[in-house]
Ligand binder design. Structure first.
Ligand SMILES: O=c1nc[nH]c2c1ncn2[C@H]1C[C@H](O)[C@@H](COP(=O)(O)OP(=O)(O)OP(=O)(O)O)O1
Ligand SMILES: [Mg+2]
Length: 452
């Protein structure tokens, strides 16, 4: 067991706060566990003298740490009057990493400098800097594209970094904190692109050696961790982009509301739930030309916000989105946000139900408790979105029952009725469901929200 109770293949909790400071073209506060780094990207319409006239741009980085980012105070490098070797090495690494995914030709004769300032260190400051620096760089570039200064996107793909290592117990682990890092036998930093290409590998035995098998195990962990970080970058970038998009006066509310779902089962339920309020609904099934929003979030809240805000900006109107799913206790909350894609793409209710039953093989009825969760996000361009959550508890049975509803309904027993969600008449499901529960909460707050 790891000191912070994580599984060996588990990342620390990551948050990526965009537009953190007001002046830089791209500004991000990234937290990876207790490590916190501010990453600011600055665009300058010039390149270093030795590059002038070549039509190419330049991307570089600087790195530093606040004196009390660490357990005891470090003397500021400014006070010492020179940069340490470690600082030089790290800032060159960050610069190389960013130049690995940007076309300097497509950037044109301008520079982007990304400053990475560690405000709190708990291991992995260089990797957190790279992951955050990419987001700051991407925001700065998106703004150049939005302003028409650039017409071709110079950023070719996403990039993130993470550490892996081998603990004294010989276990390979992902994303080491400082405590783990200081006792690790092997410590490795991996910088990788979305397509799985490496920009840099820094693997070191600390009074120890490692085998090719151990190296492969560490790389597999790193790949998984980096994919998750890239999803988190995408989520933060989409939400930030929606906030930046200019908006005219939103289309006035009529007796119609748009629900950003492409799921016919949900659409039908919302129709019934809203009919009783005298409101008509439209869904994305009425707008087949709108592309599906990528659900990169790792929480229901993030995905509901992504769907609601992206569609609200697209159509310049009030939009409600639902992100929902099934959380099974014996599966540690899985499939959770992955409910729709549990058995892979293309999404299929039948395949998802089959996979769920398979995963629960041999687990006795008393331990098959579960809950349906629903997060609703209400978005209007130019306004802070409203978010509410609802849930309903039940149990996963071993053989599907009933034809009403959709998704996991035939396997979800509601104990108080001794019927599955798919056996309950529609009105009954709509009286007790997680969706109905969330909608009730929304009703108590939305009048105030729409007014101001
Ligand atoms: O009342 C429900 N009864 C049974 N299953 C349910 C229910 N509510 C959600 N679920 C399951 C279905 C799907 O596997 C996942 C939702 O995933 P989620 O991404 O929110 O919806 P989706 O992709 O089907 O449509 P969309 O994103 O366009 O709203 O959870
Ligand atoms: Mg979905």
């Amino acid at each position: 067991m790891r000191i912070d109770n994580r599984a060996n293949n588990e990342n620390r909790k990551v948050t990526i706060q965009t537009d953190y400071l007001m002046h830089p073209e791209g500004s991000v506060l990234i937290s990876v566990g207790n490590t916190k780094v501010i990453c600011n990207a600055t665009v300058e319409e010039r390149v270093p003298p030795f590059m002038r006239g070549e039509g190419k741009g330049w991307v570089t980085a600087e790195y530093s740490m606040l004196p009390r980012a660490t357990n005891s105070r470090n003397i500021r490098e400014a006070a010492k009057g020179k940069l340490g070797g470690r600082t030089m090495e790290i800032q060159r690494l960050i610069g190389r990493a960013l130049r690995g995914i940007i076309s300097l030709e497509d950037l044109g004769e301008r520079s982007i400098v990304v400053d990475c300032d560690v405000i709190q260190a708990d291991g992995g400051t260089r990797t957190a800097s790279i992951t955050g620096a990419f987001v700051a760089l991407k925001i700065a570039v998106e703004k150049l594209l939005e302003a028409g200064t650039l017409t071709v996107n110079p950023i070719k793909e996403h990039l993130a970094a993470i550490s892996v290592g081998i603990l004294p117990t010989s276990e390979p682990v992902l994303d080491l904190n400082y405590h783990e890092d200081s006792s690790a036998l092997v410590d490795m930093n991996v910088v990788m692109t979305e397509s799985g290409r490496f920009v840099e590998l820094q693997g070191t035995g600390e009074e120890a050696t490692f085998t090719e098998e151990e190296l492969s195990a560490m790389l597999a962990l790193a790949k998984k961790g980096i994919q998750q970080l890239i999803n988190q970058q995408k989520t933060a970038l989409s939400l930030a982009k929606n906030k930046r998009m200019p908006h005219e006066e939103p289309v006035a509310m009529t007796d119609e509301i748009l629900i950003a779902t492409g799921n016919p089962g949900k659409a039908k339920e919302f129709e019934a739930l809203f009919a009783s309020k005298g409101l008509k609904i439209k869904t994305l099934l009425d707008y087949p030309e709108i592309p599906e929003v990528e659900e990169t979030g790792d929480t229901f809240v993030e995905n509901a916000l992504l769907k609601a805000e992206t569609i609200a900006h697209h159509l310049n109107m009030l939009v409600l989105a639902d992100d929902s799913g099934l959380c099974v206790d014996a599966l540690h909350g899985q499939p959770g946000v992955y409910s729709a894609r549990y058995a892979g793409e293309p999404k299929s209710d039948a395949a998802n139900n089959a996979k769920l039953l398979h995963e629960l093989t041999g687990i006795p009825a008393a331990e098959r408790t579960a809950k349906f969760c629903c997060t609703l996000a209400l978005a209007m361009p130019g306004k802070e979105s409203l978010v509410v959550e609802g849930s309903v508890e039940g149990q996963i049975i071993g053989i599907p029952r009933g034809d009403n509803g959709f998704g996991y309904d035939p396997l979800f027993l509601v104990p108080e009725f001794n019927q599955t969600m798919a056996e309950l008449p529609n009105e009954q499901k709509n009286a007790i469901s997680h969706r109905a529960n969330a909608l009730e909460k929304l009703e108590t707050v939305w009048a105030d929200w729409i007014q101001d």
